[in-house]
Design a binder for this molecule. Structure first.
Ligand SMILES: Cc1cc2nc3c(=O)[nH]c(=O)nc-3n(C[C@H](O)[C@H](O)[C@H](O)COP(=O)(O)OP(=O)(O)OC[C@H]3O[C@@H](n4cnc5c(N)ncnc54)[C@H](O)[C@@H]3O)c2cc1C
Length: 407
């Protein structure tokens, strides 16, 4: 019986172990944490956006980092295969806005339990609290692993599923990159992706905790639009975060450290003319109030002092004295509320790591290394990364499936 060692009990490693065992191999899954799937538990704010209900072409579109590498893996094990597999274990799934798939219970633990159930069914041997410290290779063929800097365990195949370098507290502290590099693989520069952004403006702190739903963003670098989106974002003590900001961060990382202009359209449902009329109506209503007290029906409370400050209109000016030009400037400000992005939070705070093992050195059907025989590389460790929406977990599951099946 072929012996397989899977390194890393995250999304990709659990899948690889289950499938290898299902197809007749003797499997040992090694995880350094005291439990499996620690990162899965925190995904989707604890609800786990486990995959998407989009078609394969759409999924590839949402994988800006080497999406094409994923064609074969997604065709071998698609998001619908994943949905079936999870539901067969009794975990009902639901589809939410943006084709995002979550467990009906809204509990990520249910996803981990489903996988633990399969691992038990197929009698996968699991070693927890065990750190793989080296990959053993002889004559360009993998022969096993070293654990805890001392003991050697031998196998016919090793599947490396140690994840990226983000959120190291979950166990993914980048060990796989070191192993792969030592074995001769090229590691494409690691960068944070899906990461909160740091802005230059001092007043951003005043907006901390404010969430804006249904805003449009336009990101410009040297006057060129590099990203546009619509949805939800939030303000933090250092800058901005939230779904559309995280997705935008991927394009922004490419052009940093030079400054990036981040425009928010606070009223995307209204044209400038319509917004002008709307402001006029509010001004007529509050004609005898001070300007600073005239925006309550137009903007969230927290945003008002900042908009008043940036508008250039004297806060205590009576609304009836505001000039047409001042009003038009206010409309412009609301349509193009500008922030300056000067950096990102560190890779440790990124949802995913961009970069990793070069996909040119990995077989896209089997995930086998083209450099070391019988070594398979899966999941976030590969130089493949996607936007938010369940795509990153699907990458981990599909690549894990292929390695388990073809090894
Ligand atoms: C806050 C947050 C929210 C997210 N939300 C979503 C979401 O809703 N939807 C989505 O699609 N994606 C989401 N992601 C991304 C997604 O979780 C990852 O892309 C995915 O988990 C990668 O799977 P993986 O199996 O490659 O790595 P991981 O899940 O990170 O698993 C790697 C495992 O290997 C173990 N390991 C590492 N080194 C060793 C070693 N030397 N020896 C033994 N074990 C080792 C680790 O302890 C870990 O358990 C989120 C990420 C974060 C941080």
């Amino acid at each position: 019986m072929k012996k397989v060692i899977v390194v890393g009990g995250g999304a990709s490693g659990m899948m690889a172990a289950i499938i290898a065992a299902k197809y007749g191999k003797q499997v040992l899954l090694i995880e350094k944490n005291d439990r499996l799937g620690k990162k899965i538990l925190i995904t989707g704010k604890g609800r786990c956006n486990v995959t998407t209900s989009k078609g394969i072409e759409d999924i590839i579109q949402n994988i800006p980092g080497n999406g094409k590498f994923m064609y074969k893996a997604l065709n071998t094990f698609s998001n619908f295969d994943l949905i079936n597999m999870i539901e067969k274990k009794g975990v009902k799934l639901k589809i939410e806005r943006g084709d995002r798939v979550f467990p009906e219970s809204d509990k990520s633990i249910d996803i981990v339990k489903a996988f633990e159930g399969y691992l038990k069914d197929y009698k996968v041997k699991i070693m927890l609290n065990t750190k793989v410290t080296d990959i053993l290779v002889e004559n360009n063929k993998v022969i096993g692993v070293e654990i805890n800097n001392k003991e050697r365990l031998y196998s016919d195949v090793v599947i490396l599923a140690t994840g990226g370098a983000s959120y190291p507290g979950t166990g993914s502290s980048g060990d796989g990159y070191k192993f792969a590099k030592k074995l001769g693989h090229t590691i494409i520069d690691l960068k944070p992706s899906l990461v909160p952004l740091i802005t230059k403006e001092e007043w951003i702190k005043e907006l901390m905790g404010l969430t804006l739903k249904n805003v449009a963003i336009k990101v410009k670098h040297r006057s060129k639009v590099i990203y546009e989106d619509f949805g939800e974002m939030l303000f933090t003590h250092f800058g901005i975060s939230g779904p559309i900001v995280l997705s935008a961060s991927r394009s922004i990382v490419d052009v940093l450290p030079s400054e990036v202009d981040f425009y928010i359209d606070l009223k995307p449902a209204l044209t400038r003319e319509e917004l002008n009329k709307r402001v006029l109506r509010d001004f007529e209503k509050f004609i005898n109030k001070d300007f600073k007290n005239s925006l309550d029906e137009l903007l969230p409370k927290k945003l008002i002092p900042v908009v008043v400050k940036l508008s250039g209109i004297e806060p205590n000016k009576k609304v009836h004295s505001i000039t047409k030009q001042e009003r038009l400037n206010l409309v412009n400000l609301l349509k193009e509320f500008k922030l300056t992005v000067i950096g990102t939070r560190p890779i440790e705070e990124a949802i995913v790591t961009r970069g990793g093992v070069s996909v040119k050195e990995v077989n896209p059907q089997t995930m086998e290394s083209k450099i070391v025989k019988d070594l398979y590389i899966t999941g976030e460790l590969l130089d493949v990364d996607a936007y938010t929406g369940g795509f990153n977990l699907q990458i981990a599951f599909s690549t894990g499936y292929c390695a388990g099946y073809f090894c």
